[in-house]
Design a protein around this ligand. Structure first.
Ligand code: ATP
Ligand code: MG
Length: 433
């Protein structure tokens, strides 16, 4: 026998039995974004490696050790996207969209990071991503946070908490950086290996360490908020007032930073205590310097990314995941001539009711076998088409999810009867909804 090919480490399949939760999340996501006037943006999964190096920064986990990068046959240096913001910013510049001045977009899809796989942390994972370009004021910061809050609320998720902070202007950040180097430098012996490496490259990242042994030292570090410039402080206060007036609970977390280099001013995270170590479900912030860093005319931006796997885990854990989709109808076909007639009937019914979920019995089988399959499918109704029924011009109808007796319905009326039984909408209604 041929050797079985295993999946790659840290990648996973979404099985048909699990896909309903994903589709539910994706449907609600589309609705919520539409409700705020955000348009979908689809960007490539592969980009030039340089894009991520230049935007995310050299001293970040992603660029240091997590990128899936390769040189292709044409000697192009390519990386599988580890996140969406850099690609969207690149696409804004490449397509001349920045000339439009202000844009609010979202995107959804797979991301790739070569991390140590564990529950809630994968090498191929999925993100929902929101981005807004061209807005200076704290109103957009508030809107984009409200949007994430609404999405989580619409999904019914509880046990999530919003943390906010400000990183100030690049100048403030630079001064704060020196402060941190001073503080952590004075405690060299207490630093773990990662932190020691980051000390001079990206000391802000030390604050983001997940190592429990580092937490005491981090708690004593200087606070960002104390170092803020007047304008950033006003921006941050206005943002807080906005989200408070919208009734969103939040907590100011002065040591919250983001792992990526391009953030300025507002940063925020939604965390949960329900997923163990992988506690961040959504994270984002303002990146006013990014577009210029990528060679575009300077333009402010802000965005967030939500980890879909972690959201699906929460949905499942909190009993909010939709169950698998069941067919409405299982079509039982008995007798020599019923197969052709059955296919024809099935197509007619699908023409009449675009929303109808009809599964046809394939490969024959006795009446009893087919009924067993019908039950197993979870269908609400079985339609029975046999040679005997065909000669009399009728179809058998039996409800499967409750005690019932089989009825007969003239073929000419079966479509209407099914529509009424299932509350189906015709073509027009189905396309409008
Ligand atoms: P972490 O600190 O957990 O590594 P991060 O700062 O690297 O997160 P971001 O780049 O901000 O994460 O990504 C936003 C969100 O995407 C995270 O909050 C998380 O929900 C999700 N995410 C990031 N990396 C992974 C991964 N490897 N597997 C699954 N989800 C992920
Ligand atoms: Mg990470």
């Amino acid at each position: 026998m041929a050797k079985i090919i295993e999946p790659l480490r840290g990648v996973h399949d979404v099985l048909p039995a699990q896909v309903a939760a994903w589709q539910h999340l994706e449907r609600i996501t589309r609705e919520v974004f539409a409700g705020y006037g955000y348009e979908e943006f689809r960007v490539p999964v592969i980009e030039q490696t340089q894009l991520f190096k230049r935007s995310i920064g050299d001293f970040t986990d992603i660029v240091e050790k997590e990128m899936f990068s390769f040189v292709d046959q044409g000697e192009d240096h390519i990386t599988l996207r580890p996140e969406a913001t850099a690609g969207i910013a690149r696409a804004m510049i490449s397509n001349g969209l920045l000339r439009e001045g202000r844009l609010r977009v979202w995107c959804m899809g797979p991301m790739f990071r070569r991390e140590r796989p564990q529950a809630g942390r994968y090498r191929q994972f999925h993100q929902i991503d929101a981005e807004a370009f061209g807005f200076e004021g704290p109103d957009i910061d508030a809107e984009i946070i409200l949007l994430s809050a609404r999405l989580l609320r619409r999904l019914g998720l509880t046990r999530v908490k919003l943390l906010v902070n400000s990183l100030g202007t690049p100048a403030v950040r630079a001064a704060f950086r020196e402060q941190l180097i001073g503080y952590f430098g004075a405690h060299q012996a207490a630093l773990d290996e990662d932190s020691r490496r980051r000390l001079h490259g990206n000391p802000l990242r030390i604050l983001d360490s997940k190592n429990p042994e580092m937490q005491r030292l981090i708690a004593g570090a200087p606070s960002m908020l104390g170092a803020l410039d007047a304008e950033s402080k006003a921006h941050f206060e206005a943002l807080c007032a906005h989200i408070a007036s919208a009734g969103i609970e939040y907590q100011i977390e002065p040591r919250l930073v983001r792992g990526l280099d391009y953030y300025t001013r507002t940063v925020f995270e939604w965390t949960t205590d329900a997923l163990g170590a992988q506690s961040t479900v959504c994270a984002g912030g303002r990146y006013d310097g990014l577009i210029a860093q990528l060679g575009g005319a300077p333009m402010p931006g802000i965005g967030w990314a939500m980890g879909q796997e972690r959201i699906v885990m929460l949905l499942e854990q909190q009993g909010l995941a939709a169950g698998p989709t069941r067919p409405d109808v299982y079509l039982v076909l008995v007798g020599e001539h019923s197969e052709m007639a059955g296919f024809k009937l099935a197509e007619q019914l699908r023409d009449a009711w675009p929303g109808l979920r009809l599964q046809i019995n394939l490969g024959g089988g006795s009446f009893k076998t087919q009924f067993k399959r019908a039950d197993k499918s979870g269908a609400a109704f079985a339609l029975i088409l046999g040679d005997e029924e065909a000669t009399r011009g009728v179809v058998g109808v039996k409800a499967l999810l409750r005690e019932s007796v089989q009825e007969e319905c003239p073929v000419a009326q079966i479509s209407e009867r099914l529509g009424a039984l299932l509350g189906l909408e015709g073509l027009k209604g189905a396309e409008q909804s």
